[in-house]
Design a protein around this ligand. Structure first.
Ligand code: PEP
Ligand code: MG
Length: 587
């Protein structure tokens, strides 16, 4: 059904993933539940227990319904989660204890159930057994559902999205984003978030238009409202008028023709006008993106974010499961290089399979993230290293460590890698003994002491998303300070130059795999500073290649020199933008 052409509401957010989408809202509300607490009159206590039993039945039906709906989108293993959820509802200890608590205290059943469930969640989370710890997540999920039913609220989940809709949420976690069925999500719009939050990176890789930082859109729309989402300019229009629809029809046509202009270079070499070939690689999150890497003719993969294998299920993947996923990518792209980054969880990527491994932290981005968590859990880390090494026997693998802050971490990681190699030798399992190891430079200390790291690795890859976050002390996911997240800041440009110089002094290749590498406006600056390789979401490759083919490296070097001499970030950006506009001849 078409929308009413009244009350058009235009809201400006931040453009996060390109594209235009028009469709109806799927409101995804994950707010914390407020549970009222009151005493139930003695004559109403039998009815209160009946209300609880009824809620359990309704929840069971809801889960069966979702299970039936989503089985086709998930693997059998993932669908098993719902069996585990049904088992929680049948858990006599949980239910019996709730009823006993209720009979003793006379407090409303929501309060009793919540108290008992929280007790169970806490107890399971502390058990030193992976399988039992996973039950904590199941109980948490199911308890939330039961409470929603008791409170008469509808709980929804992104896996329930089966019809084509625009997802509107306050925020989306990377694991939730990874679980989205890309054929059902027309666009993603969030109140919070910013361009470099991980959920947005996933949206970009899935080619789903996204607008973030729309403040309180979730309070302004309801399920079924019609939305126009403009992922180019970061605009969301609620109930667009006929004129708006017509205007966007034209914009979409123009954008499509610009994009097909960019695609004309897809089969051509990424070579500058003065004859320098630039290596352009792809960033991927899942094995099914191999097809995209090939479609956009990337020179292999510059960043494979392995954590998405850990984020999309409630179970920690085994060495064999990891090996299967890594091998699929490596063999699928051979002989091209696949740069496999070791696990980078924590920060905005909590680990659903084992929340206990990281636990609650006051400052997750500065906490037990990435290599720090891996070094604290050598068994888990070595299982991943063995899986990566085993995959290296099927093609060309570069291994890369995230969030290295100094040589001690690098030494410890390399020592575990040596142990992993020795274990495989013992098992008679083949691997490539010449596999190279690289360090991500994304913490200021690594940039400043890069010469020390360079002695102990084979290449550098700059993670500008985190580097800028830590250098400028700007939370990369906080939209309210997004305007301060500025790649044109003189400190950023100077540090990038220093990393390139330190890497080159040690004869290492330096690549950039943060979002800056896929932003054509910044590409000439990076190349001018001496960056050797760029790695980006595959869909961004044609725009970057088009620009590379339209510029001279000698001009980019001059641009970098001018940018380094400039002190005002706004003027620096104006220089960079003018360079881009002149070459792309875009309005
Ligand atoms: C980065 O920080 O720039 C990067 C590429 O890593 P991630 O975005 O996964 O943190
Ligand atoms: Mg990073």
């Amino acid at each position: 059904m078409e929308p009413s052409a009244q009350n058009e509401l235009v809201i400006q957010g931040s453009a996060a993933s390109k594209g235009i989408a028009y469709g109806q809202v799927f409101l995804y509300l994950q707010s914390e539940l407020e549970i009222p607490r009151y005493t139930v009159d003695p004559d109403k206590r039998v009815a209160e227990i009946a209300r609880f039993e009824h809620a359990l039945v309704v929840t069971r039906q809801q889960i069966s319904q979702i299970q039936a709906q989503v089985t086709k989108n998930l693997s059998e293993e993932e669908a098993l989660i719902f069996d585990a959820h049904q088992m929680v509802l049948e858990d006599q200890a949980l239910i019996g204890e709730t009823i006993r608590d209720f009979q003793k205290s006379g407090l409303n059943i929501e309060t009793c159930f919540n108290t008992v469930a929280q007790r169970y969640i806490q107890a399971f989370a502390e058990i030193d057994d992976e399988y039992l710890r996973e039950r904590a997540a199941d109980i948490k999920d199911v308890a939330k559902r039961v409470l929603h039913v008791l409170l008469g609220q509808t709980a929804n989940s992104l896996t329930e999205l089966v019809e084509q809709r625009i997802i509107v949420a306050h925020d989306i976690s990377p694991s939730e984003a990874a679980g989205i069925d890309r054929s059902a999500a027309l666009a993603i719009v969030t109140d919070a978030g910013s361009r470099t939050s991980h959920a947005v990176i996933v949206a970009r890789s899935m080619k789903i238009p996204a607008v973030v930082g729309v403040r309180d859109l979730t309070t302004k729309v309801k399920n079924g409202d019609w939305l126009m989402v403009d992922g180019y300019d970061g605009v969301v229009i609620v109930n667009p008028t006929e004129q708006t629809l017509f205007r966007y029809g034209k914009i979409q046509k123009a954008k499509k023709s610009f994009e097909s202009r960019l695609m004309t270079v897809n089969e051509l070499a990424a070579e500058t006008l003065d004859g320098v070939k630039i290596t352009l690689r792809a960033n991927i999150e899942k094995p099914d993106e191999v097809a995209l890497v090939k479609q956009y003719r990337a020179d292999g993969v510059g960043l494979y974010r392995t954590e998405f294998l850990f984020l999309s299920t409630n179970h920690l993947p085994t060495e064999d499961q990891q090996y299967a996923a890594y091998r699929e990518i490596v063999a699928g792209l051979a002989p091209a290089t696949v740069t496999i980054r070791t696990l980078d969880v924590g920060g905005d990527k909590p680990l659903p399979g084992d929340p206990h491994l990281i636990g609650p932290e006051a400052n997750p981005f500065m906490g037990l993230r990435a290599i720090r968590m891996c070094l604290e859990n050598p068994a888990l880390f070595k299982a991943q290293l063995r899986a990566i090494l085993r995959a290296s026997a099927h093609g060309k693998v570069d291994l890369m460590y995230p969030m290295i802050s100094g040589t001690e971490e690098l030494d410890r990681a390399n020592a575990l890698l040596d142990e992993a190699r020795a274990e495989l030798k013992e098992r008679n399992q083949p691997f490539d003994a010449t596999m190279r190891t690289g360090t991500m430079i994304e913490i200021p200390s690594a940039a400043i002491a890069g010469d020390l790291l360079a002695e102990k690795c084979d290449f550098f890859s700059i993670g500008t998303n985190d580097l800028i976050q830590y250098l400028l002390a700007i939370d990369r996911g906080n939209n309210r300070i997004a305007h301060l997240y500025d790649p044109s800041h003189p400190a950023v440009i100077r540090v990038l130059k220093q990393i390139v110089d330190l890497g080159h002094a040690a004869k290492l290749k330096v690549s950039v795999c943060g979002e800056m590498a896929g932003d054509p406006v910044f590409v000439p600056l990076l190349l001018g500073l001496g960056v050797d390789e760029l790695s980006m979401t595959p869909t961004l490759l044609p725009a970057v290649k088009f620009l590379v083919r339209a510029m001279k490296l000698s001009d980019a070097r001059k641009l970098a020199k001018d940018a380094l001499a400039q002190t005002d970030p706004k003027k620096t950006f104006a220089l960079i933008e003018a360079f881009y506009n002149e070459r792309m001849k875009v309005e």
